[in-house]
Design a protein. Structure first.
Length: 458
């Protein structure tokens, strides 16, 4: 009897849990009348994809190798078409379910499972797209597959093709030497199966790996030194210093990728020295065709940061140095990433151009690169920097209305905009507006003071 009652009790509890979960799901997550799916992980991810990527994803879901569920393909096609639809009803659960399961009665569980499966396919697509764009990775996996299956004839052909490609590389960054290391490894694996160990030459493996490792160590050390200068956090470079002593005797500093990062490292370590920056500038011009746009952008920004550190210490001659580096990088299209220019770079170039009184060039840059800014911050950044140029020329009447419209994402830029607006009000005698803005600063100061006193907020 006791066992029977226990079973009955457990059954009642299970039923109640199920009912509660359904009520919670219906009311909080997928209520067809009130809920919008725009905040789900799936839709948020899809919104971040370009239109071209969404189209490719739809085709991906229609391929039987990656997905065999038609409802997933239908839902993906619908979302790709409607993800930016301003009508909130387009993304409510009822609309999504109808797209995935036409002519069927709404079912929460079925919609949840379909969305979950589509998110899984989306993850596969993103991984596949990255792999597809990297020919070196494709070769590596192909060689590994051929070796593991003992397909030696085809393996030899693919090894020869891969080695031939590395003889005329598009870039010679650190990754290039790591690719050569992997290729030597594959060649060694194949040779070791058929020849005596006495005939195997192992030296290329550590040679290629050493170049890769030292170049990457120097690159990360440059990032660490840049961060150390801003945040004051100390970093240890003991191992790197020992490696550099060896590199000087082994001739490794003649390798372009090591030479560039070595000079950048020396420039950041010794801000008072001029020679490392001059040598880095020479190397940037000499080897610019050996590196990708991304790599050159990082190297130019390192050189510019070296100039800015010297400018901040009072060495005004480096304002012109930074300006010339910015112009050279712009002419070679090294400063944009996927066609987008950073708002901070946009601001820095305008500030440096104004400091040098390069008014014509700076005005042209302000207009030409406006469209290269991220769309969500483009108008605000343009108004902010246009107002700065007016302010710099003491044209407060034209600066003021622009500054009144500025709302920037960066706190320091917002404060700078308010500072210029305060000065503009003062110069123009706008006393009521000046008092109102001062009051808003006072209101902001109280929470700021609390933030300063709280270690958690720091």
């Amino acid at each position: 009897m006791f066992v029977e009652k226990q079973k009955e009790k457990q059954l009642v509890i299970s039923v109640l849990k199920y009912i509660c979960s359904e009520i919670t799901w219906n009311n909080l997550c997928y209520n067809r009348k009130t809920c919008n799916m725009a905040d789900s992980l799936l839709t948020r991810t899809l919104k971040q994809l370009s239109r071209k990527e969404r189209t490719a994803l739809v085709e991906f879901t229609r391929c039987g190798c990656f997905n065999r569920r038609e409802e997933v393909s239908r839902l993906c096609a619908y979302l790709a078409e409607n993800i930016d639809n301003p009508d909130r009803k387009a993304l409510d659960p009822s609309s999504l379910f109808t797209a995935a399961f036409p002519s069927q009665v709404f079912n929460n569980a079925a919609l949840r499972h379909t969305m979950s499966y589509l998110l899984s396919v989306l993850r596969q697509y993103l991984a596949w797209a990255e792999w597809q764009s990297d020919m070196a990775e494709q070769r590596r996996y192909l060689l590994s597959a051929l070796r593991n299956r003992n397909l030696d004839v085809l393996l030899e052909k693919e090894l020869n093709r891969a080695e031939s490609a590395l003889e005329n590389p598009e870039t010679q960054d650190a990754g290039f030497y790591f690719q050569r290391y992997r290729m030597q490894q594959e060649r060694l694996e194949k040779t070791a199966r058929h020849e005596r160990s006495a005939r195997i030459n192992l030296q290329p493996l550590p040679d290629e790996l050493t170049v890769f490792y030292l170049a990457e160590m120097l690159r990360h050390a440059c990032s660490a030194l840049s961060h150390q200068a801003i945040a004051g956090q100390e970093y240890r470079f003991n191992l790197l210093e020992k490696l550099l002593e060896l590199a000087e005797t082994e001739g490794l500093l003649d390798v372009p990728v090591i030479a560039m990062y070595y000079q950048a490292y020396q420039m950041l370590r010794a801000p008072e020295a001029s020679a490392p920056l001059e040598r880095l500038k020479t190397l940037l011009l000499e080897h610019e065709n050996r590196f990708s746009q991304k790599e050159m952008r990082g190297l130019y920004l390192l050189a510019i940061n070296g100039c800015i550190r010297r400018m901040n210490s009072g060495r005004r001659e480096y304002i012109r140095e930074a300006f010339d580096l910015y112009r050279a990088a712009l002419e070679r299209d090294f400063l944009t990433e996927n066609g987008v220019l950073s708002g901070f770079t946009y601001k820095n170039i305008i500030r440096i151009g104004a400091a040098l009184e390069e008014h014509g060039w700076t005005e042209q840059f302000l207009e030409d690169y406006r469209t290269a800014l991220l769309p969500r911050e483009r108008d605000n950044l343009y108004r902010y920097n246009r107002a700065f140029l007016y302010f710099h020329q003491q044209d407060y009447a034209r600066a003021m209305p622009l500054l009144q419209q500025v709302e920037l994402e960066d706190t320091l830029n917002n404060l700078d905009a308010r500072r210029m607006l305060l000065r503009s009000y003062f110069e123009l005698g706008e006393w009521a507006a000046l008092e109102s803005l001062l009051q808003s600063f006072r209101r902001l100061s109280a929470p700021a003071e609390k933030s300063r006193l709280s270690p958690a907020n720091q």
